[in-house]
Design a protein around this ligand. Structure first.
Ligand SMILES: Nc1ncnc2c1ncn2[C@@H]1O[C@H](COP(=O)(O)OP(=O)(O)OP(=O)(O)O)[C@@H](O)[C@H]1O
Ligand SMILES: [Mg+2]
Length: 362
């Protein structure tokens, strides 16, 4: 799948932009504040229906306008349009017919990487959890459904726990459902980590000269290679032990929504011992490992949107990244400076220059 036409109207500072991207690598240069991130966001928006930062819809519309429009033409889909009007929900059209957000994901598999992603290894556990959720949801739609079912039940339980009078029977029903769904989520995450860790050490080694092995692991031991039954039992025990605490705090404190993951380098927690560069490289290695798994599963890579990654890496690692760029069907990569690392790029690519929201081919 490749994007062969892209037209952006009033999306943030991109008032009127139209390009026919290269079917391989597209490099977008531009100074700070020129619209590079907005450009990446717009591609993400039209291919997933989501906005990356979770900003309010009004913020996505150009300040001087009351609507925003992103149109995309693909090789075998004539046109996808996502339209946003002030005060209205977004509208999706696929070949002039109304479409749903879930249709987009399968039509235009796209994966976006933003600079903040590089801090996932360092930040709070929630960020690593959401990285795993993101990857797993892209790899299996079943996981996405599982997660939303779990979250819906969790919300009910949290509402119940906040009440003065608690209906014990209902609490029991919800807990059982959460144990079942929760164990399945944990099982899927554990399987994914196991597969990911088959690639991580080698990929990491391409960036950092080291014999030390990088792994992404559950902080809690003993969750890998467990049956659904065993995981349910573990979760049920933990729930039982924390029952009073949950009632006390009026919120659920155990379950996969609190799962913790850590990067280990030869068993040492990278978050405590790793340098900034090592921490960022760990995320890049995870990303590349995920793409290997993605390709194995779907026999094709997603379109990649890479916003300003090179500026976060030193020269050697930037070069290693470019050398290891996956053979994605199409890549959009932005950067503020023409890095010397670009000499490492082989094959055909298009250079686009962006300035004050206006883009032109170089
Ligand atoms: N709704 C909007 N309407 C008009 N302009 C906006 C809107 N939202 C954001 N902008 C502007 O878009 C400009 C470009 O932002 P963007 O984040 O894309 O820049 P960038 O090229 O990625 O810069 P950097 O190199 O610093 O990351 C900003 O100056 C911002 O003020
Ligand atoms: Mg930016």
């Amino acid at each position: 799948m490749k994007i062969d036409r892209l037209k952006i109207t009033n999306y943030r500072n991109l008032e009127d932009l139209e390009i026919e991207p290269n079917s391989g690598l597209n490099l977008i240069f531009g100074p700070n504040g020129s619209g590079k991130t907005n450009f990446c966001e717009a591609i993400h928006f039209v291919s997933t229906g989501d906005n990356i930062k979770g900003s309010r819809q009004r913020e996505l519309i150009n300040w001087d306008s009351n609507y925003a429009l992103v149109r995309m033409g693909l090789l075998n889909v004539e046109e996808i349009v996502v339209y946003l009007e002030e005060g209205e929900g977004k509208e999706i059209k696929i070949n002039s017919k109304s479409g749903r957000q879930s249709d987009l994901r399968s039509l235009v598999p796209t994966h976006t990487f933003v600079p903040e992603d590089l801090y996932i290894s360092k930040g709070p556990p929630r960020r690593r959890r959401s990285l795993l959720n993101r990857h797993l949801s892209q790899l299996s739609s079943g996981y996405g459904h599982l997660l939303s079912d779990y979250n819906a039940e969790l919300k009910k339980k949290n509402t119940l726990l906040k009440k003065d009078e608690i209906n014990e029977e209902f609490l029991e029903v919800l807990s059982e459902r959460l144990i079942e769904l929760g164990a399945r989520i944990t099982g899927e995450r554990a399987d994914y980590l196991k597969k990911l860790n088959q690639y991580l050490p080698e990929i990491y080694g391409q960036f950092v000269q080291t014999d030390e092995k990088l792994n992404l692991s559950y902080t809690e031991d003993g969750l890998i290679d467990r049956s659904q039954e065993e995981l349910e039992e573990l979760l049920s025990d933990r729930l039982e032990r924390n029952r009073e605490k949950e009632l006390d705090r009026g919120t659920s404190v155990v379950g996969p929504h609190r799962d913790k993951f850590e990067y280990l380098l030869d068993g040492r927690d990278l978050r405590t011992f790793g340098s900034q560069g090592e921490l960022r490289t760990a995320v890049i290695a995870t990303y590349l490992a995920y793409l290997e798994l993605y390709e194995k599963k779907f026999n094709e890579l997603p379109i990649l949107v890479l916003d300003d990654i090179l500026s976060e890496l030193d020269r050697a690692r930037g070069e290693a990244f470019l050398e290891n760029l996956p053979e994605a069907p199409q890549i959009f990569m932005t950067t503020a400076t023409r890095s010397p690392s670009f000499r490492k790029l082989s094959g055909e690519f298009t250079v686009l220059k962006i300035q004050d929201g206006v883009i032109e081919r170089q």
